[in-house]
Design a protein. Structure first.
Length: 131
């Protein structure tokens, strides 16, 4: 039963990510330096592998968050959202910022990807505490 909860949390966060990156497409493409094709879309857009790997990683994050929530007694919606925000803002985003800073990537990329990590983890936290 817990796997269904984890899968639902991952799916909710992944769906939010699809919306987040659709809204931020132009800024993300400009900041990331992804190579564009003649149609103005990322060249590798039709390759399913990044989407598959991304979803698997989202499931892994949701699974670990569920484990942490169980150990910490996080069992209400409010606690789940706050804990999820904390994971995204204070664990995931600093790693993203560190990597991008050393790689010389634009600040906008850190804000876009860190924003997704923060809000996506908050959504995971909410869903994990709903069941």
């Amino acid at each position: 039963m817990e796997f269904i909860n984890i899968f639902a949390a991952a799916l909710a966060s992944y769906a939010f990510g699809a919306i987040w990156y659709m809204v931020n497409t132009k800024a993300w493409v400009a900041a990331s330096g992804v190579e564009l094709g003649e149609n103005g879309q990322p060249k590798d857009r039709s390759n399913p592998m990044p989407y598959i790997v991304s979803f698997i990683c989202t499931v892994i994050v949701a699974g670990m968050m569920r484990h942490i929530f169980a150990l910490a007694g996080i069992d209400s919606l409010a606690k789940g959202v706050v804990a999820g925000l904390g994971v995204g803002l204070f664990l995931v985003t600093p790693w993203v910022v560190t990597n991008y800073t050393f790689a010389g990537r634009p600040r906008a990329l850190s804000l876009i990807d860190g924003g997704y990590a923060t809000i996506g983890c908050a959504i995971m936290g909410a869903v994990l505490t709903l069941f």
